[in-house]
Design a protein. Structure first.
Lengths: 307, 323, 288
C-alpha cells in the first residue's frame, strides 16, 4: 500500500520534472517575449527590466535559477503584474477555480450516475431515451456554445442569475457549475449505463438473484459496486477535462480563477505565471489519479495484491 | 404421485430471437420426490439448463416459460417476483456451472454466505457469520474462520464451488438445483465436489436435480434419470435400470459413447452421427430422428408419445411402442 | 449438384453492411457530407470573400432578399460566407489532424507492442509521462511555440492526440504478436518492419477505425476551443471557434452571430459522434 503510493508519487515527480523542463523551454523558444508588446519602453529601460527578471542571462542559467526557486517553493515574480508574485496570483485565483471544479464534479457524478442507472434499469423506455439524448447533447455541444446560450436565457432574458462574475455568492456559481458539469454528466451517464448493463449480465448477479434477497438488495449490494468501478476509474482522468473546461468557463463567465489567469499569461508571455499554473495543473492531475487508484483498490479486492 | 416435492407439467421454454422464436424446452413433465436425486442428462443445447433457470425465474429477458411447476403447493412459474423471493434461497437453491464467475468478487465469502440467512431468517450479523463459518467448515474449507474473511479470487475453482454448495445448502432448502456443477472444474476434483454435494444433501434431507452431460456422474449419484434431447424427454427411469437396459436409441448411443474402464483396450468408443440441432423451427416428428440409425418413416412425421413400458419407466420412441 | 452456398463475405464487408444498416449513423454521414460540401464549395458561389467588408450592410440582419442572406457582422462581412469558410478550416484541421495523429499513434503503438521488452517499456513510459501532462495546457503551450497560425495549431493538436491510439494499438499489437500467423511470418524470414506493416497494422484496422472516428470530433473541438480563447486561428481569418467568440461578445443584442456558427459546430459534432457510435457498434463484437 505505502509502497504503491510511494511509487506513484515518484512517477508523478518525474512527470512534473518533465513538465517543468518542457514548459520552460517551450516558453523561451516561442517567438516574442514578455515585453515585446510594450513599445513605449526605451531600450535602456527594457535592459533594466530584463536584468531585473534575469532575462539577460543565458537560458540554462535562467532554468537553473527557476528550478532552484521551485525547490524553495518560490514560483518567482509575475512579469505582467509587477507587484504580485506568481504564488499570490495563484492563491487569489485558486479558490474560485476549486469551488467551481469541485461542485461540477459532484454534480456530474451524482446526476450522471443516477441517469445511467435509470437508463440501464429501464432500457428502451422514455427515461432511457431522455438520458441518452442528454448524453449526446452534453458530448456534442461544446461548453463555449452552451455557456453563452445559458447566459442569454437565464441571465439576460429571465434575469434569474448573474451573467457572470463572482460577487453574488452561490448565485454566481450556479451557471458555471452547471455548464461545466454537462459534458461530464454525459460521459458518466453513458459509462454508467453501459457498465450497469454489463454487470447485470454477470453470473454473480444471477447468483444474488437466485438467493432471493430481493431486487433492491441485489442492486444495492451486488450490481452497483461492480458497475461503478469503471465510473470511479474515470473520475481521476476527468479532472483533466474539468481543468480544460474551467479555462473556458472562467473565460465565458468572467470568473477571476486561475484558468483565466493562465490564458492571459500565455498570451502575454508571462513565463513565471504560465509555469506556475502548469505545474499546479500537473500536480492536481497526478494527485487525483493516485487518489482514484487508491479508491479503486479499496473497492476492488482483486486490485489490492498487485501494488 | 401426490407425495412429490416438485411436479413439473408440460414445461415449455421459448426465446425470442432476431431470427424468430426458438423453443428450448418443449413440453417436459417430471416429478421430484423429497430427498431423491434426479439426474437430467443431455448434450449441450438440449435445454437441460433452461429447465432449471425457468424454475428459478432466472431466464434471460427474452425467454418465457409456460406450463406449471408446483413446488410445495405453489406454482413457481406463476409467482410474481416478490413471492418468488420468499422461495428462492429459502426452500429452493441453485448451484451454477461456473464457480469462477458466480461469486461476487467484491464481497467477502463469509458475507456472501451470511447474506441469505440475514435476509430470510432474520439472523443477526454475528449469528449469520457464525453459521456461515460453520458451513464452510462442513464443506471442508480449511481454516474456515479465517477464510471467510477472504475474497473469491483467493480461492481455487474447486474451493469456490464448495463455497457455492455451502451457500446453497446453508438455508437448508428442500430442493437443490445443480446446473453442471463440476463441468468447469479439474477432472481430479470433480468427484470430490460431487460426493460432497450429495453427502450434504443427504444429511440435510435436500432433494437434488442434477443437470449434467456426464453419464458417469449420473450413474454414481442419481436415483432417477431423465434423458433429454432437443428440449423433449426421450426416456425416464431409475438410474440402475436405465443404464442396464436403455430403451431409446439416443440413450443407447449415449451409453455407447461413454468410456468404460473394462472396455478400454478392446472396444472402440461409440459415436452418435451428426450434431444436435440448435434453434430453428421444431420438427414435426421425433427430434432425434435426423440422427437416429434405427429411423423408420413415421419418425419424421409424428411425434412419439411418452409411454410407460414398466412402472416408473417412460420412453418416447415409435420403435418401443411397436414392439 | 447446385452449389447454393451464399457468396461469402469478408468480416470487413459484414461490418460495413452492419454499419450501413444503422439509420442514425447513415443520416449523420449524409448530413456531414452535405455540410462539408457546402463549406468547401459554397464559398465559390459568392462574388466576394469572407474578408471583404460591405460598407452598405454593416451589422445587417437576416434578409434573404439582400446579397447577404444571413446578414453581416459589425465590419460588414457576410456572415454565412464567414461561417462556411470557418467550417472549411475546422473540418480540414479535424480530418487531417485525426488522420495524422492516428497514423503516428498506430505506427508508434504497433512498433512498441510488437517489439515488446525494453523498447516497449521505454516507449510506453514516454507516453505515460505525456499522458500525465494536462492536455489543454500542452496544446496552448505548443501552439505558442509554433508561433500561432494554422500549421502551429495543427501541429499542437496532433502532438497531443496521438497518445490514445498509440496505447490502444499497442495493446492490440501485443496480443497479435503472439498469434500463430505472426510466428509463421517470423519463421518465414520476414523482417520486423515487414511484419509490423503487413501483419500487425492491418489487423488493428477495426480498432483504429473505431477510435479514429472519435479523434475527429476531438480535434475539431480542440481547434474551436483554442480559437475561441484567441490562441488558435485569429481574425481576420474565420473559424467556428473565433466566430462563436465574436458571437458571445454581441449576444445581448444579436444572437444570430452566436447561433449560426454554434449550431453548425454542434451539428457536425453530433454527426461525428453518431458515426463513431455506429462504427463501434458495427466493428466491436461485444455489443452493449
Amino acid at each position: 500500500m505505502l509502497r504503491f503510493v510511494g511509487r506513484r508519487l515518484w512517477e508523478g515527480t518525474l512527470t512534473l520534472a518533465a513538465l517543468v523542463t518542457l514548459t520552460f523551454f517551450v516558453m523561451r523558444l516561442a517567438p516574442g517575449g514578455p515585453f515585446s508588446k510594450n513599445r513605449k519602453i526605451s531600450p535602456e529601460v527594457l535592459e533594466h527590466i530584463k536584468a531585473a527578471f534575469h532575462l539577460d542571462e543565458p537560458v540554462w542559467q535562467q532554468f537553473a535559477r527557476y528550478v532552484w526557486g521551485l525547490l524553495h517553493f518560490d514560483f518567482g515574480p509575475s512579469t505582467r503584474f509587477r507587484d504580485y508574485s506568481v504564488g499570490d496570483l495563484i492563491a487569489s485565483g485558486l479558490p474560485y477555480s476549486l469551488t467551481i471544479g469541485f461542485w461540477a464534479i459532484v454534480v456530474a457524478a451524482m446526476v450522471g450516475v443516477a441517469l445511467g442507472i435509470a437508463g440501464a434499469l429501464r432500457r428502451n423506455t422514455p427515461t432511457d431515451y431522455v438520458a441518452g439524448i442528454l448524453g449526446v447533447v452534453g458530448i456534442a455541444v461544446p461548453i463555449f456554445v452552451i455557456g453563452p446560450l445559458f447566459q442569454v436565457v437565464f441571465a439576460l432574458k429571465l434575469n434569474w442569475l448573474p451573467v457572470g462574475g463572482s460577487d453574488q455568492g452561490w448565485r454566481s456559481l450556479v451557471m458555471p457549475v452547471l455548464v461545466l458539469s454537462l459534458p461530464n454528466i454525459a460521459y458518466i451517464s453513458r459509462l454508467t449505463r453501459g457498465s450497469m448493463i454489463e454487470t447485470m449480465r454477470e453470473n454473480y448477479v444471477r447468483t444474488a438473484r437466485a438467493k432471493g434477497i430481493g431486487a433492491r438488495r441485489t442492486l444495492m449490494k451486488h450490481t452497483l459496486k461492480g458497475a461503478l468501478l469503471p465510473v470511479i476509474a474515470y473520475l481521476g482522468p476527468s479532472t483533466a477535462g474539468i481543468i480544460t473546461g474551467s479555462i473556458l468557463i472562467e473565460t465565458v463567465f468572467a470568473v477571476p480563477g486561475i484558468g483565466r489567469h493562465f490564458v492571459d499569461a500565455a498570451l502575454n508571455r508571462d513565463y513565471p505565471l504560465v509555469m506556475g499554473i502548469t505545474l499546479l495543473y500537473g500536480a492536481l492531475l497526478i494527485v487525483f489519479n493516485i487518489l482514484t487508484d487508491l479508491v479503486r483498490g479499496w473497492l476492488d479486492p482483486r486490485a489490492r495484491g498487485n501494488g | 404421485m401426490t407425495d412429490s416435492l416438485l411436479s413439473v407439467r408440460d414445461l415449455q421454454v421459448k426465446f425470442r430471437l432476431p431470427a424468430g422464436a426458438m423453443t428450448a424446452v418443449d413440453g417436459v413433465s417430471f416429478d421430484v420426490k423429497p430427498g431423491e436425486v434426479l439426474g437430467i442428462v443431455g448434450e449441450s443445447g438440449s435445454g437441460k439448463s433452461q429447465i432449471l433457470f425457468s424454475l428459478m425465474g432466472l431466464l434471460a429477458s427474452n425467454g418465457t416459460a409456460r406450463g406449471t411447476a408446483s413446488f410445495q403447493g405453489q406454482d413457481l412459474l406463476a409467482l410474481g417476483p416478490m413471492a418468488l423471493d420468499s422461495i428462492r434461497g429459502v426452500t429452493l437453491s441453485m448451484i451454477f456451472q461456473d464457480p469462477m464467475t458466480s461469486l461476487n468478487p467484491y464481497m467477502r465469502i463469509g458475507d456472501q454466505l451470511a447474506e441469505g440467512l440475514r435476509v430470510h431468517k432474520g439472523l443477526s450479523k454475528a449469528e449469520a457469520w457464525k453459521a456461515a463459518v460453520a458451513m464452510l467448515d462442513r464443506v471442508r474449507i480449511p481454516d474456515a474462520a479465517r477464510r471467510a474473511r477472504h475474497y473469491p479470487h483467493e480461492f481455487s475453482g474447486g474451493m469456490r464451488q464448495r463455497v457455492m454448495i455451502a451457500m446453497a445448502l446453508l438455508v437448508r432448502p428442500a430442493l437443490l438445483l445443480a446446473d453442471e456443477p463440476t463441468t468447469a472444474l479439474d477432472v481430479t476434483i470433480q468427484a470430490q465436489v460431487l460426493d460432497l454435494m450429495a453427502e450434504l444433501g443427504r444429511e440435510i434431507g435436500t432433494a437434488i436435480i442434477l443437470v449434467t452431460h456426464d453419464l458417469g456422474v449420473v450413474a454414481r449419484l442419481c436415483d432417477r434419470v431423465i434423458v433429454l434431447y432437443g428440449g423433449r424427454v426421450m426416456e425416464e427411469g431409475e438410474a440402475e435400470v436405465l443404464f442396464a437396459s436403455p430403451a431409446h436409441p439416443y440413450s443407447q448411443g449415449l451409453l455407447a459413447a461413454t468410456p468404460r474402464l473394462e472396455d478400454a483396450l478392446t472396444k472402440r468408443l461409440g459415436t452418435i452421427p451428426g450434431t444436435p440441432r440448435s434453434g430453428g423451427a421444431m420438427l414435426p416428428g421425433c427430434p432425434f430422428a435426423p440422427r437416429c440409425t434405427l429411423k423408420i418413416p413415421i419418425c419424421d412425421a409424428t411425434r412419439p408419445p411418452l409411454i410407460a413400458i414398466a412402472p416408473e419407466r417412460l420412453v418416447s420412441c415409435h420403435l418401443t411402442g411397436a414392439t | 449438384m447446385v452449389d447454393i452456398t451464399p457468396r461469402s463475405l469478408s468480416t470487413f464487408q459484414l461490418q460495413l453492411r452492419r454499419f450501413a444498416q444503422n439509420r442514425l449513423a447513415m443520416i449523420s454521414v449524409a448530413l456531414l457530407a452535405l455540410i462539408a460540401a457546402s463549406c468547401f464549395f459554397g464559398p465559390f458561389a459568392f462574388p466576394f470573400t469572407g474578408e471583404d467588408a460591405d460598407f452598405d450592410f454593416i451589422g445587417a440582419p437576416i434578409d434573404l432578399a439582400s446579397p447577404h442572406p444571413f446578414g453581416t457582422d459589425d465590419f460588414g462581412r457576410d456572415l454565412l460566407l464567414r461561417v462556411l469558410e470557418g467550417g472549411r478550416i475546422s473540418l480540414a484541421i479535424g480530418f487531417l489532424g485525426a488522420i495524422t495523429a492516428g497514423f503516428i499513434g498506430v505506427l508508434y503503438g504497433a512498433v512498441a507492442g510488437y517489439a515488446g521488452g525494453r523498447t516497449d517499456r521505454l516507449m510506453m513510459r514516454m507516453v505515460e509521462i505525456l499522458y500525465g501532462f494536462p492536455y489543454v495546457i500542452l496544446v496552448i503551450l505548443l501552439s505558442l511555440l509554433f508561433g500561432g497560425g494554422n500549421v502551429a495549431l495543427f501541429a499542437a493538436i496532433v502532438f497531443t492526440l496521438w497518445l490514445t491510439p498509440a496505447v490502444i494499438v499497442r495493446a492490440q499489437a501485443q496480443s497479435l504478436s503472439k498469434r500463430e500467423f505472426v510466428e509463421a511470418a517470423r519463421a518465414g524470414g520476414m523482417t520486423p518492419w515487414q511484419i509490423v506493416l503487413e501483419h500487425i497494422v492491418p489487423n488493428c484496422a477495426s480498432v483504429v477505425i473505431v477510435y479514429g472516428s472519435l479523434l475527429v470530433p476531438e480535434v475539431i473541438l480542440s481547434e474551436s476551443f483554442l480559437s475561441f480563447l484567441g490562441i488558435g486561428i485569429k481574425e481576420p481569418q474565420a473559424s467556428w471557434g473565433n466566430l462563436i467568440q465574436t458571437g458571445t461578445a454581441a449576444m445581448d443584442t444579436d444572437l444570430r452571430l452566436l447561433l449560426l456558427p454554434g449550431i453548425l459546430l454542434a451539428l457536425v459534432l453530433f454527426c461525428l459522434n453518431f458515426i463513431a457510435d455506429g462504427l463501434r457498434d458495427a466493428f466491436d463484437p461485444n455489443d452493449r
